[in-house]
Ligand binder design. Sequence first.
Ligand code: ZN
Length: 245
Amino acid sequence: MRLAVLSDLHANLEALDAVLERLGSERVDSTYVLGDIVGYGADPDAVVERVTSIPDVVLISGNHDLAACGRFDTEWFNDKARAAIEWTSRTMDPSALDRLAALEPVLDTAEGLCVHGSVAEPATEYVVKDADARKSFEAGNFTRCFFGHTHLPTMFVREPDGRVHGSVLRDGREVSIDGDARVMLNPGSVGQPRDGDPRASFMVVDTGTARAVVHRVEYDVARAQRKIRAAGLPDPLADRLARGR
Ligand code: ZN
């Protein structure tokens, strides 16, 4: 089974289309989308339409998706994120919002447990450090977990002796997810990378060969920025796309 794993698309159509084009040559059997489909970016309806029409797609929601359809308190967000969420729920097509409202931030699949944030708190908690990952490994008995929310391509491994260690996943470097260790994999963010590399990030996992690899693809950042400004969304949301922060 070959899986494409995408997360944190954040209504960035240019980034998503660049990733989908690249995926055309990857021959994947299924595509997992780990939430935050909307929020921050200027194309929420088009991005919802695109992801729901991917063949064999598995979708979960993130905190931004839940907030956009009124299922999550926007008090949790900072001012810029809240302004973007309010714009998003105001401008989105009701049928696209209904599609988001039908999703949950956690879903167990045969290939692994999918959560947006963490296993204990799928909608909200960030898994950044080894200690965060340890909490998730203790909160569930999964072998493999896919997560997003931090916008950082990372892997955490729990060895049979209980040690947990994390690593940053770099563009094109394959890692093994084989053996007795349990693993948590984060593909990074399609629509708003925050690791200093502005290129869209996604992951391909081959469960047969037990390999995972993150790919980074360039996209038309300037066009995505222009749309954010034209929509009247906060300027810093456009600025940060060029920095990948
Ligand atoms: Zn996000």
